[in-house]
Design a protein. Structure first.
Length: 374
């Protein structure tokens, strides 16, 4: 049996068939971001009608564990009239957090949005599950979406998370991640189950000397600010200001550097502080690792002893220097039914132009959405 199990479902999440031997398969699960999948099959594949049906979905398991599930969002084909192939793109069900807006009064009609913000408070798990239950399940009635029982994991988020018609993904992260949780949305049966997990520290240290790695590359950048001045509503001398200071960052780096954040979308302390924390995080240190794994050693994805996205991994770069960073994503490429090429991306790699461009584009889009909601 293949280490990959690729299942096709219809728009109602009812099983239709399996894809036993694709021409190509690349799956990239991500920590607190939507993962992606690309599947290529021949044009004459007998299961092609199921894949091309409106609303078709895929779920992939790897070594018996859930890897990704989500709708087919794109399709590209090519043929010479005799032979051809079709490539399908899937976006992970985590995308639902981008498709749900946080209403100020989720229990009221659109004409009853009579408060500026709905601020979700408490521990990280309570915040995300309450927001999704109120907006995605109760208000929108997203088909199949259910919220798992709350185990109150994660730290309390200072000041909470204020939303005003923002996509939940924009405002919940990175606050929830900094509070110590990861979020998943997975197809289980015919349901889409939202739950959280607590990232682990991988129990083994990786190194070239220990023969778990062939080579290691890393990047480290200093934070660009340790203080932020947040400007709320008002004009001239009537404008409200608040300041946030990351004292720990200043002590660690021996720095004092200010940044400015326009926060006209809110005038309450909690909203302004939330915007300030966003800016401090954006301007924080960025450390990343690129690893070339040494074959089928101890560092493998999945299974009882394998790593997963969200895990924190210690890497010995030599001379006793250890860098510990979060596995942000993992690219798994089908090579055979028994083998997949595993390429983890750890931390924030700052020397990859494509990834930097994607991050900056996402930040610009998020900023535009914030302005639209003022």
């Amino acid at each position: 049996m293949s280490i990959f199990r690729v299942s096709v479902f219809d728009k109602d999440r009812q099983f239709k068939c399996q894809i036993g031997n694709p021409s190509a398969l690349v799956v990239t699960p991500r920590h607190n971001l939507p993962g992606t999948l690309q599947l290529t099959v021949p044009l004459n594949h007998q299961r092609l009608p199921h894949l091309m049906a409106d609303g078709a979905r895929l779920r992939v398991k790897y070594k018996g564990e859930h890897l990704i599930s989500g709708p087919i969002t794109g399709e590209e084909g090519e043929t010479n009239g005799v032979d051809g192939h079709v490539t399908f793109t899937v976006e992970d069900d985590f995308r639902v957090l981008r498709d749900i807006l946080g209403w100020p009064v989720p229990g009221a009609a659109l004409t009853g949005q009579n408060v500026e913000y709905r601020t979700y408070t408490g521990n990280a798990e309570t915040i995300i599950k309450t927001a999704v239950q109120e907006n995605g399940v109760t208000r929108m009635g997203i088909p199949g979406l259910v919220v798992a029982a709350n185990a109150n994991r994660g730290a309390v988020v200072p000041g909470g998370v204020p939303v005003r018609m923002h996509p939940l993904i924009d405002k919940m992260f990175p606050a929830l991640e900094l509070a110590g949780i990861g979020v998943t949305v997975r197809q289980v049966g015919s349901d889409l189950v939202l739950d959280v997990y607590e990232p682990r520290l991988f129990p083994r240290k990786l190194s070239v000397k220990g023969r778990t790695l062939k080579t290691t590359k890393w990047t480290r950048t200093r934070p660009t600010s340790s203080r932020v001045v947040v400007a709320g509503q008002g004009e001239g001398v009537d404008r409200k200001f608040r300041q946030l200071i990351d004292a720990a960052r200043e002590a660690q780096y021996g720095m004092r550097a200010e940044a400015f954040r326009d926060a006209r979308d809110g005038n309450t302390d909690s909203v302004m502080d939330a915007r300030g924390r966003e800016t401090l995080d954006e301007n924080g240190p960025k450390n990343g690792l690129s690893l070339d794994l040494a074959g089928t050693g101890i560092f493998q994805y999945g299974g009882p002893k394998g790593f997963r996205v969200g895990d924190r991994v210690p890497v010995d770069i030599g001379n006793g220097v250890v860098i510990t960073e979060t596995i942000r994503e993992v690219k798994l490429t089908w090579k055979s039914k028994d083998y997949a090429l595993i390429e983890p991306s750890i931390g924030e790699i700052t020397n990859q132009p494509a990834r930097i461009f994607a991050q900056r584009l996402a930040a610009l889009s998020k900023g535009q959405r914030n302005q639209e909601r003022i």
